[in-house]
Ligand binder design. Structure first.
Ligand code: VG1
Ligand code: CO
Length: 548
């Protein structure tokens, strides 16, 4: 029997998880003991916090297939065996999308899972890697757990591992190492089963057989196999509907972020003369979605609102109606108006999916979303790219209308939130921090000032009290709320690995049927936002890197 080794190690000081797990340059993760320390800190934190006996528990492991995924899995496997897990389940080929991880944890009643991904960040030896722990409900560990992981990482002196050669990740199999059962399983099964339970696959097959056309761009990332299986095999979309479908270690040198900038190829195709009826893409780990109609982009805020509007009517899994809706604070308020119309609560949470878990576990909300191309529901505890695509297909099948018609009807009925996010990537960290501190200092004095034809009625640094466990999260984004309902929000990203990324979110609500030009509607707000921030003075930049 394999000997369990206690390997001496010393702490790294930079292992505090961000918005979604620990993300670093791949080479940082490749340092001796770096990944080992973090994983042992996860095990130590979970054991202490939940008083767990690992010999009764299953751990699920898988990732988005990026560079270092396979090596990381072999390392984690040895640690998990040495820490005495009863069972360790690994997606074949090391592949598991983030929403599929959530589905597997829930259906297999596992203790939790380790997702290896840096999501929308690029992959490769000179790019990014990441790891995230998900808890028993299938969702990302809440802040109390991630903070405890960080505290353990700061005091770690050793980790437990075994001497064992690498295992074959590519064959379905089940075998024992020491006291653990290792199972290499099909990453598609549980996830596809959840989708079949929620959606009317027969109706979607009819949609495709009636000649409806779409393109799904998997961006060389993890959703390829899932989209191929569900859209082409189960729903009968023609072969070739799913493009860039084989997960690659460097995502074909691309940036697996499904927005108008990084999914340019798909966008071009949908704005072409020969465009299909519908286009969609997802990110590195399969939890984000981009929704396009012919010559038309659906903003994530509108998409969330429209999915919520139609869910009960168009999707069997929501026939009972919605318990509530939740959105992250910077996400547009379009969903709030649908919630009001449906007579349900709309919750406003900080950025990051970990804040939705409690609401869904307590049955307070059914559908939730973020402006960053993330939408999902209580079928799992992660955002889910392919789920959003199936929602839209269901809406199109139900209404028998085009994407554009559906969105314009929504604007007619509810009005439109003109909304944009401007990202400034690669800023100097110290300067960016100074800029935000300086804004914080003058925040109170801004109230009452005129801004873009209206006045600033309230300013704050968003603080959230979880309605379920009363935990408090402070400093979640600086808000300027204007008298006409418009909003300007400033945040620094918590997922980047280089310098700082500033996000400026602007929103203006108009009941104009959605006819206005978005640039014109938002221009004054954006200019004022940059001035108040003194962006040029502090960071010497003026133009954003990405606008979504
Ligand atoms: C970004 C998004 C946030 C999202 C997070 C993880 O965080 O703004 O809405 O939940 O990424 O998404 P930040 O801190 O960089 O703004 V993913 O697809 O990386 O799991
Ligand atoms: Co992602």
């Amino acid at each position: 029997m394999e000997q369990i080794k206690i390997q001496q190690s010393s702490p790294f000081s930079d292992q505090r998880p961000g918005t979604s797990g620990l993300r670093k340059k791949t080479k940082v993760f490749m340092q001796p003991n770096y990944l080992e320390n973090f994983v042992q800190a996860v095990f130590n934190a979970v054991k202490e916090k939940f008083n767990i006996d690992f010999s009764q528990e299953t751990l699920v492991v898988g990732g988005d297939g990026r560079y270092y995924n396979r090596n990381a899995i072999q390392i984690i496997l040895r640690l998990a065996v040495a820490n005495g897990f009863k069972q360790i389940m690994i997606g074949r080929g090391g592949i598991l999308s983030t929403p599929a991880m959530s589905a597997v944890i829930r259906r297999q009643q596992a203790l939790g899972g380790l997702v290896l991904s840096a999501s929308h960040n690029p992959g490769g030896i000179d790019a990014d890697f990441g790891i995230k722990y998900n808890i028993r409900n299938g969702g990302p560990a809440p802040e109390s757990v991630t903070e405890s992981i960080y505290q353990h990482s700061l005091k770690i002196t050793s980790y437990q591992t075994i001497d064992h050669p690498d295992i074959n990740l590519d064959e379905f199999s089940s075998f024992n190492i020491a006291n653990s059962q290792i199972t290499i399983f099909d990453p598609l099964i549980d996830y596809s089963a959840v989708m079949e339970e929620l959606f009317d696959f027969e109706a979607l097959r009819k949609l495709f057989s009636s000649g409806f056309t779409m393109r799904f761009d998997a961006m060389h990332a993890v959703t390829g196999p899932y989209a191929h299986h569900i859209l082409e095999k189960l729903l009968g979309a023609p072969l070739g509907t799913v493009v860039n479908a084989t997960p690659k270690e460097d995502f074909g040198q691309g940036h697996p972020d499904p927005n108008l900038v990084y999914a340019a190829e798909l966008v071009e195709h949908l704005f072409d003369e020969k465009a299909p009826d519908f286009g969609a893409a997802s990110d590195g780990d399969g939890d984000r979605n981009l929704i396009l109609g012919r010559n038309f982009f659906v903003t994530p805020g509108d998409s969330l609102a429209i999915i919520a509007e139609y869910a009960q009517k168009a999707i069997p899994g929501y026939r009972q109606g919605l318990r509530g809706i939740a959105r992250s604070m910077p996400t547009s308020t379009a969903a709030d108006r649908v919630a009001k119309d449906l007579g349900v609560e709309c919750y406003e949470t900080p950025t990051g999916w970990k804040f939705f878990g409690n609401l869904m576990d307590a049955d307070k909300c059914t559908i939730c979303g973020e402006e960053s191309f993330g939408t999902g529901s209580n079928h799992v505890r992660e955002k889910d790219g392919l789920w959003a695509v199936l929602c839209w297909l269901s809406i199109l099948a139900y209404t028998n209308k085009s994407v554009v018609e559906v969105v314009k009807e929504h604007w007619q009925k509810f009005g439109r939130s003109y909304y944009q996010r401007h990202d400034y990537e690669g800023l100097d960290l110290t300067n960016a921090n100074k800029m935000i501190s300086s804004l914080r200092e003058k925040l109170a004095s801004l109230v009452g000032n005129n801004l873009a034809d209206t006045t600033i009625s309230q300013t704050d640094d968003f603080s959230y009290t979880d309605p379920v466990d009363a935990s408090i999260s402070n400093r979640q984004g600086i808000r300027l709320l204007l008298a006409d309902g418009s909003r300007i929000i400033f945040r620094l990203s918590g997922t980047g690995t280089e310098g700082a990324t500033l996000r400026i979110y602007v929103e203006r609500y108009l009941q104009d049927g959605g006819q206005s030009d978005i640039k014109e509607v938002l221009e004054a707000l954006i200019n004022e936002a940059k001035q108040i921030l003194q962006l040029k003075e502090f960071c010497n930049v003026d133009e954003p890197t990405v606008i979504t």
